[in-house]
Design a protein around this ligand. Sequence first.
Ligand code: NAD
Length: 499
Amino acid sequence: MQELSHWIDGKRVAGTSGRFADVYNPATGEVQARVPLASKAEMGDAVARAAKAQLGWGATNPQKRARVMMEAVRLINRDMDKLAEKLSSEHGKTFPDARGDVQRGLEVIEFCIGAPHLLKGEFTDSAGPGIDMYSMRQPLGVVAGITPFNFPAMIPLWKMGPALAAGNAMILKPSERDPSVPLMLAKIFQEAGLPDGVLQVVNGDKDAVDAILDSPVIQAVGFVGSTPIAHYIYTRAAETGKRAQCFGGAKNHMIIMPDADMDQAADALVGAGFGAAGERCMAISVAVPVGEGTAEALRERLVPKIEALKVGPWTAGDDVDYGPVVTAAAKENILRLIESGVEQGAELVVDGRGFTLQGYENGFFVGPHFFDHVTPDMDIYRTEIFGPVLSMVRAASYEEAIGLAMDHEYGNGTAIFTRDGDAARDFANRINIGMVGVNVPIPVPLAYHTFGGWKKSGFGDLNQHGPDAFRFYTRTKTVTARWPSGIKQGAAFNFKAMD
Ligand code: NAD
């Protein structure tokens, strides 16, 4: 069986803790590799080496750093299929979706080629008599990125790009479920010209994360994962005086107004609800039709589309709509929540519980599920299921629909489907959620805007990528400078009377 490693000072380094985690092929249920779980000492060593490497990298001019980003873009494009294949094999998502995962990360590296512009700082000429004032954006030093399993290329690249382009060294602690792609990306950055030690990939679990939080050297932590861990990391990071941005889970509502194009809304719901087996923080998991007529029209269109979904391994290419979920434990959790939905009185209209796939009986596949008549007190409504399960909550009015989304504890993404500009505008203005789609089901902002949720979907300020990322990974120093005047005349050779 393949034994994975860490990536320290530009080399694959075997783990020494003696602890490992299994990495599965979710389509077959087989263990395909094991990944070392770093000890506190291993993390400390990687951090110390990163701190040394950062001195030179931070002093490298921003344009040269940007050229590393430019070359990384070329190399990631070159290796796109290799990265996507490995990603699919460890995560389970379809091959086209895996390419999308790499692509949306790559776009942030493209954005980082413009880092020198964002790092320029500010200058006021003659802020007072003979006084100039200027602000510099300086790197923080060593920073950490802790990332989830569901986007093993995109989210590490969101962390690495801005942190490195700004002159920091980064400790990346990827998910132990699918750690190979981050290791491949580290090698690509080395080939692109990143000096050894500036990017260290340290694999691990809670021990490695706690070592990051306890490190006096690490200045900032960028986290993405589930809400309880996001909250834990945010509070622990604050205790040790680190800057932290911690993005958590989600329960994204899509509101369907009576005037919406129902065919378009149904297609959008199926793609956004079931793509990547629902394992996306921007997946739509709750459909909220406004009015009984809308609910019936939507249900009529949704059911055949959901029943027709093709579930299978990534090796089936375009013939599959979504693949397995990531682990047996994830599958169990999803099925447990589905049972709770039935017990608590929701109507299970499409029941995927009996789903099996010939030849892949041990894979972590979950058939598609669609619940109607879900109410806000049910566990399937309150909890993030992170699986191929769509719930429909019927609302009598627009106010009730917007109220549901606003009252939910999560606030990552949401969407409204309507032809009414006034309703769309009102929704976008009032909703207390970070990313809003108008007739767009998964409103993931592009690299030059910023990504971040509200409420329990995000702790700390400043979003991911876009200009915010450069604010997060730099600190501002402001200099007030006055130079004595009169020295321009040069030396005086005659006695001068004092005046
Ligand atoms: P997770 O919270 O289990 O793991 C995320 C990271 O935290 C991993 O690197 C993991 O090793 C580490 N971790 C796990 N348990 C820990 C513990 N007890 N102490 C310290 N560290 C720990 O999340 P996941 O299952 O990998 O990812 C899915 C979750 O991520 C979902 O909730 C999803 O909504 C969320 N997510 C959010 C966003 C966003 O931008 N808001 C994006 C993607 C995923």
